[in-house]
Write a protein that binds this ligand. Structure first.
Ligand code: ZN
Length: 181
């Protein structure tokens, strides 16, 4: 049975570690970890979660975009299991938009990201996948890939003025002054 995993907070050493590639995707331990990540992501209402956020330094993350109160403009997608990901091409165009993170609860940052990326990864059935992601999904992918390399979103903000607390973010959202689109 899948279990909800504890989420490492900023300051935990694993959040700054470079995670190791997964070689044995069919191993029971890896498949169980994937089930646990899917449940933990769903349980936390996350748009994604990376294995190191749950104290496992493996190159695996979940992307799971669903609109909710924190991300009302998120597109709907089935949760996707991403293993050993690579970005094979990225647009020159960069866009700033708001991000949050289960590892930095209560914080929001205006983060510059590539607007369009081509990616390659392996899924949990060990099938090689190539995709093009744009906009919000490209943003999630880049955010989660950063976790596998020991980076968090506040490392990428251009100014500390681009970091706000969740409560004020919600107020801004309600006043519709935070949208950069
Ligand atoms: Zn995160």
């Amino acid at each position: 049975m899948a279990k909800v995993l504890p989420i490492a907070q900023l300051g935990a050493a694993i959040i700054r570690k470079i995670s190791a590639p997964v070689k044995d995707i069919h191993a029971e331990q890896i498949q169980n970890l994937i089930d646990d990540l899917l449940l933990t992501c769903h349980n936390a209402n996350g748009m994604g979660i990376a294995a190191p956020q749950t104290y496992h330094a493996k190159r695996i993350f979940i992307m799971s975009s669903q609109p909710n109160a924190r991300y009302p403009y998120a597109p709907v997608m089935e949760p996707e299991v991403v293993i050993n990901p690579e970005i094979t091409w990225q647009s020159d165009a960069i866009e700033k938009d708001w991000e949050g993170c289960l590892t930095l609860p209560g914080l929001r940052g205006l983060v510059p990201r590539r607007t369009k990326i081509k990616v390659r990864y392996t899924n949990r059935e060990k099938v090689k996948v190539e995709r093009v992601y744009e906009g919000f999904l490209a943003r999630i992918f880049q955010h989660e890939l950063d976790h596998l390399n020991g980076k968090v979103f506040i490392d990428r903000v251009e100014s500390t003025l681009d970091i706000v607390m969740e409560k004020e973010f919600q107020r801004m959202l309600n006043e519709k002054i935070c949208h950069t689109h």
